[in-house]
Design a protein around this ligand. Structure first.
Ligand SMILES: Nc1ncnc2c1ncn2[C@@H]1O[C@H](COP(=O)(O)OP(=O)(O)OP(=O)(O)O)[C@@H](O)[C@H]1O
Length: 372
């Protein structure tokens, strides 16, 4: 299976550095998601891997071979883009087959390949249609079929679900991993949708300003975000972020919420008196009895039942907003005074000035130990 290595890639447009000394290693058969806000450089990176644009510096290695100076059509890559990019004057069949024409395969071999992939993508009944007679979902599947038909060892998919409706997007999120796994290809998949990133990626590379801010499995990104922005981008409802200044208590550092102490196990003197931001995932907070130990009083302002969960907005004594999320159907207060229980071990602490997550001192010293 084909590996992909990017080494110190730089791409500039006039004075703007769009990719800034970016390096990346993708294992053979891995599905790597490039995730990041609009303008972070995802599409430029994909086009650069494809060979459509050239880097100003750095190397692109595909399967261990330096492909930086090799033309796009000789890189053996399959591509599908968010705007479908189908030829309007060709049938769906011919659009898909166009990916194979340069191979000089026999007509029968091409037809067999097109039918196989079309069946898989459930578009075999519309192969004679031109793009204007296809629904958006069918166009998207046709573009995907064109990318898959030659079984390329490296597949680049640029936000292929962006222009399809919510139902199809949901279906494809379920189907695509199986489909891509069956292909055995190495996949670079661009999306701005964090749920898609988590559903499809073996790993996710979070991009910002032409750099990779964090790379890891979906669980690593969610459970150990490198900074506030990443914590905010992954999660629905969004993570609670509260400005705090930790204090020193008899049994370690704590912060105050509604005049109650929330202990931060593992954190020590290094955070005392520092301007920080506390991150609490709504699903890690539970409603509690007033008398239970550490219960923090809140005033419930509003409740929003969603399909699978109920999200409640509470206010602390000083009017700070806290979202609490619990599985739908579980009881909870609807309005008025209530108490919440927060486990300090699940809290994130960020440096307010830099936005970077501060690791608990125990973990930090363990990491340092590992590095030494
Ligand atoms: N041909 C070009 N000429 C000048 N600037 C460009 C060109 N192509 C891209 N850029 C700039 O590079 C930056 C990154 O663009 P890119 O399309 O890679 O972002 P993106 O992360 O894919 O965004 P989106 O999710 O909206 O597609 C943007 O600021 C864009 O304006």
């Amino acid at each position: 299976m084909t590996t992909l290595q990017l080494k110190n890639i730089v791409k500039r447009y006039k004075s703007q550095t769009v990719l800034d000394d970016l390096s990346l290693d993708v294992a053979g058969g891995e599905r790597l998601v490039l995730f990041g806000p609009s303008g972070s450089g995802k599409t430029v990176l994909l086009r650069l891997i494809a060979g459509v644009i050239e880097p100003d510096a750095g190397r692109v290695l595909i399967g261990g071979e330096d492909m930086t100076d090799v033309d796009a059509e000789h890189r053996g890559i399959g591509m599908a883009f968010q705007n479908f990019a189908l030829f309007p004057h060709m049938s769906a069949f011919d659009n898909i087959a166009s990916a194979l024409t340069s191979r000089k395969s026999s007509k029968d071999t091409i037809a067999a390949g097109v039918h196989k992939v079309s069946k898989l993508l459930k578009i075999d009944h519309v192969l004679s249609h031109h793009p204007k007679a296809l629904s958006n979902g069918q166009k998207q599947r046709t573009a995907l079929a064109r990318a898959l038909v030659g079984s390329p060892p490296l597949l680049l998919l640029d936000d292929p679900l962006r222009n399809v409706d919510a139902k199809l997007r949901f279906e494809m999120r379920l189907e695509l991993p199986r489909l891509l796994a069956a292909q055995g290809a190495t996949v670079i998949y661009v999306t701005q949708d964090y749920k898609e990133a988590m559903a499809l990626g073996d790993r996710i590379a979070v991009m910002a300003h032409g750099r990779i801010r964090q790379i890891g499995t979906p669980a690593e990104i969610y459970n150990a975000p490198a900074d506030i922005e990443i914590a905010r981008l992954f999660g629905d409802p969004t993570i609670n972020l509260l400005e705090v200044v930790p204090q020193r208590g008899p049994d370690g550092a704590f912060v105050e919420l509604s005049d109650m102490r929330l202990r931060l196990p593992g954190f020590g003197a290094e955070i005392v008196g520092k301007q920080c931001v506390l991150g609490l995932r709504p699903e890690t907070i539970a409603f509690a009895e007033a008398a239970s130990q550490g219960a923090i009083p809140v005033t419930v302002e509003a409740e929003t039942p969603l399909n699978e969960k109920t999200v409640t907005l509470g206010l602390t004594a000083r009017g700070r907003e806290i979202l609490v999320s619990r599985p739908a159907g579980t009881p909870g207060p609807v309005a008025g005074p209530a108490h919440i229980a927060v486990d300090g071990r699940t809290a994130f602490l960020f440096d307010k000035a830099t936005g970077r997550r501060i690791l608990p001192s125990e973990l930090a010293s363990k990491r340092n130990g590992e590095a030494a």
